[in-house]
Design a protein around this ligand. Structure first.
Ligand code: G6P
Length: 591
């Protein structure tokens, strides 16, 4: 999975390289570009970040036709051989691909039995072989035949020695076509292409696109022309340069982004779902992946107090294939920072097919997820560039809580006083979080003792358990220290066996009424030799991070901040690349 870009127009090489920079969030295992010049197509590729490719490019490569790729490895190791673009054996076609070709092994076997030689272990190289194999005298016919031979999810851009068009094949993986006075673009993502395109179109599934100097034309897989609507995209904010790491900068932005999330929610008209529909609801799903899932977990644990219906957080990839009940009285909130996560997008279809109402909670108003859902709300966290999500999590919590409170208000399951108390309580969060940030040197000091831990366990009860999950996810994804989260009471049913000297336990305790129980859990692990860091309004261990007082329903938005900082400082002390951790991508666009 990956990011793809293609362009016909002035300065195609430079613009393609710049676009790959914007697309690096989709993978940074390798990058590559195919440039069409007078002497045919030339391919350049390098392992690692885009700057490795740029370093290795000869000067004077400008051209008016180029396709580029940034890779997150699925099939085949991280290597130059497995980096895109791929040539067909006769070098008359070059392709870049995002997605998974599910029937590639069958196709590859057929080609190999006829003597074809593959240079990579990828599924994507099969497309280049198919193109050469299918070629008669029309490239369009060749591309159509190739499209019909593929099974899976794919956004493929193709350049060919036979003519000066670009071709694309699209099914399930995102592909946006952009146009401007200077050129025509194919791209995995609207935000990226909006840097150049004045109009964009979201390509439907099972479409072939032909891009020539005079425009872009869309066809179904039978070759019939189809109409696709172009619109003016919202221009994406520039990726600013930072002195240090994006992650730390983004943590420090949390107070201001919380204000924007709340203001934006009300400015955009709040919930925007018909009150009659809300009254009839029997269940709400909160569906997402990674940090987005954890925000659903957190809000569900708070919402159970205020709602009289089933509220179920579900991991998107599980929701797709399990039999969670959905009917006309189901509301599914799809949470995704990027709005491009394939698992989350696929889960939408299941809810829609069964008549449920789908609602996107994302950080971009022009994402694929937004276009798939019946309703949409923006979390207004602003561009988030560190792979490990931080400020988006806090903004997701604010927005989701406002949604839940609006639903509770319509259903009359929250009192007006409590509604006002919580909504006003959000205004106090920025100051509370500023206090934590002002003491970050203290957390940096604690990180010094955590960095050599053999494992770190995060524990909490009820609304603190989701915070434990998010703290643990942050630590493992950027420090590579083994880490797990547990409901504190569950520890004694197995995991206690792992407690020994060298293990750190982070105990989150914001629920007053459970503080004795948390204290017992802490004693149990200390008795087995583990070191404990407590995070809460009081002290529960020798090392304690004290949280400022906020409304109970809002604690999760605050208590996660020291955990985000702790993960950051531990990873820094271990010399990790905190913004682009190994093996991960900001947005995973394959299932
Ligand atoms: C990837 C990222 C995670 C993120 C998850 C969901 O796995 O590495 O940090 O939480 O995707 O991303 P989304 O854009 O859907 O919120």
């Amino acid at each position: 999975m990956c990011g793809i870009f293609g362009m016909i127009g002035e300065h195609a090489t430079g613009i393609t390289l710049q676009a790959l920079k914007y697309l690096e969030y989709r993978g940074y295992d390798s990058a590559g570009i195919a440039i069409k010049g007078h002497n045919g197509i030339n391919i350049y590729k390098s392992v690692g970040r885009l700057h490795n490719l740029e370093k290795n490019l000869p000067n004077g490569l400008d051209s008016s036709i180029a396709i580029g790729h940034t890779r997150w490895a699925t099939h085949g190791a991280v290597s130059t051989d497995n980096a895109h673009p791929f040539f067909s054996p006769d070098k008359c076609f070059a392709v870049v691909h995002n997605g998974i070709i599910e029937n590639y092994q069958t196709l590859k076997k057929q080609f190999c039995s006829r003597g074809a030689v593959f240079t990579s272990q990828t599924d994507s190289e099969t497309v280049a072989h198919l193109l050469q194999n299918n070629y008669s005298d029309s490239v369009f016919g060749t591309v159509l035949a190739t499209a019909n031979s593929l099974v899976g999810s794919f956004a493929i851009a193709i350049t060919t020695a036979y003519d000066n068009n670009l071709y694309a094949i699209k099914n399930k993986s995102p592909l946006v076509v952009g146009v401007s006075d200077n050129g025509i673009y194919l791209c995995s993502d609207i935000r990226c292409v909006s840097h150049w395109a004045s109009k964009v179109a979201v390509t439907p599934d099972k479409t072939v696109v032909v891009v020539g100097r005079n425009g872009a034309h869309f066809y179904d897989f039978n070759g019939n022309p189809i109409m696709v609507e172009f619109f003016t995209p919202e221009r994406a904010e520039e990726m600013e340069q930072v002195d240090g790491d994006f992650m730390l900068k983004e943590i420090y932005e949390i107070p201001s982004k919380i204000r924007l999330a709340k203001a934006g929610y009300f400015r955009d008209g709040g919930l925007k779902i018909d009150a009659e529909r809300i009254k009839k609801l029997s269940r709400i799903y909160l569906i997402g992946c990674g940090t987005a899932y954890n925000s659903g977990l957190q809000v569900a644990s708070v919402a159970r107090k205020y709602l009289d219906l089933d509220i179920l957080p579900v991991i998107a990839s599980e929701f797709i294939y399990d039999n969670y009940p959905v009917d006309g009285n189901t509301l599914a909130l799809f949470i995704s920072q990027s709005g491009e996560t394939a698992d989350t997008i696929s889960a939408v279809e299941r809810v829609r097919d069964k008549g449920g109402y789908t609602y996107a909670v994302t950080n971009t108003s022009s994402s694929s997820l937004r276009f798939k859902c019946d309703g949409f709300v923006n979390i207004y966290a602003g561009g988030e560039f560190a792979v490990a999500s931080t400020k988006a999590y806090n903004c997701q919590l604010v927005t989701l809580l406002l949604i839940i409170l609006d639903i509770a208000r319509i259903r009359q399951t929250v009192s007006e006083n409590e509604y006002i108390e919580i909504v006003n309580g959000i205004d106090k969060l920025p100051v509370a979080i500023d206090q934590i940030l002002a003491n970050s040197y203290e957390i940096a000091r604690i990180a010094e003792s955590v960095k050599d831990s053999s494992a770190v366990f995060y524990i909490g009860r009820t609304t603190d358990y989701p915070t434990a999950c998010e703290g643990s996810l942050k630590l493992k994804e950027i420090s590579y220290i083994h880490s797990e989260a547990y409901p504190a009471g569950e520890l004694k049913h197995g995991t206690l066996a792992l407690m020994e000297k060298g293990v750190t336990v982070v105990a989150i305790h914001t629920c007053d009424e459970l503080s004795d129980k948390m204290s017992s859990s802490v004693n149990e692990v200390v008795a087995r030799g583990a070191s404990v860091i407590s995070v809460g309004p009081g002290e529960l261990a020798d090392t304690s991070i004290i949280l400022p007082d906020v409304h109970k329903a809002l604690y999760g938005i605050v208590s996660v901040v020291p955990l985000q900082l702790l993960a950051y400082y531990v990873a820094k002390r271990l010399g990790r690349d905190v913004d682009k951790p190994r093996n991960l991508a900001k947005s995973v666009t394959v299932e």
